[in-house]
Design a binder for this molecule. Structure first.
Ligand code: G3P
Length: 217
């Protein structure tokens, strides 16, 4: 399963890349607004750093404007994946952009039928928002299970990109279910590194080693 960082923060991405575990990045208008500055320049820089798929979202809502904005975003860098919200206009824009060979990530997916429609019009990715479903006492990961099952049964090439991730359990479940990608805030990736038994184990190894060295000298 690929791991993407869900952020528009270049410093966060630069800090994580040397670990070799980040395959791509997703952004959205809220994340980009948080960064300030020139969004096109930020997307370009992220593409240079990541050298993998980088989702940049349209803010237009009418299909003609979505297509124009999508083409414009795709022209920033070959790694850009155009992110389009799941609306009637978004679906129409996805069909057209995908027809031009532009990769589209259909976002704000909250039902399996939305994911099915997005796959039918050629989306490269669908983004079910698991955390936001969990927040309203719905089953976010249950939705991912349904989408994975449908895409496997019908051999869609569309990748399931688990979004709105809140913690390591979402990553674990996404991997177990066979999701293609999990996009995570960097704090969630950091959390996967922490285990008290690793810390205790390493401390003991080093103490034992030091004791043996001291006994030899
Ligand atoms: O990028 C889309 C998604 O991951 C947003 O997550 O935390 O705002 O629900 P969140």
């Amino acid at each position: 399963m690929k791991i993407f960082l869900d952020t528009g923060n270049v410093k966060d991405i630069e800090a994580m890349m040397p670990l070799g575990i980040v395959d791509g990045v997703t952004t959205n208008p809220s994340l980009m607004a948080k960064e300030g500055g020139d969004p096109r320049a930020i997307i370009k820089r992220i593409c240079e750093v990541v050298q993998g798929p980088v989702s940049a979202e349209v803010v237009a809502t009418a299909w003609e404007a979505m297509v124009a904005e999508g083409r414009d975003l795709a022209a920033i860098d070959a790694h850009v994946v155009v992110k389009v919200p799941f609306t009637r206009d978004g679906v129409r824009a996805t069909k057209l952009l995908a027809g031009e060979g532009i990769r589209v990530n259909v976002t704000l997916i909250f039902s399996a039928t939305q994911a099915l429609i997005a796959a039918k019009v050629g989306a490269a990715y669908v983004s079910p928002f698991v955390g936001r479903l969990d927040d309203i006492a719905s089953d976010g990961m249950g939705l991912v299970r349904q989408i994975v099952e449908i895409f496997e049964a019908h051999r869609f090439a569309t990748e399931v990109l688990v979004a709105s991730v809140r913690g390591p359990m979402h990553i674990l479940e996404a991997a177990r279910m066979g999701a293609d990608v999990c996009t995570c805030p960097s704090a969630v990736v950091e959390a996967c590194f922490k285990h008290p038994l690793t810390d205790i184990g390493l401390e003991k190894f080093l103490k034992d080693w030091e004791k043996a060295q001291a006994a030899r000298s």
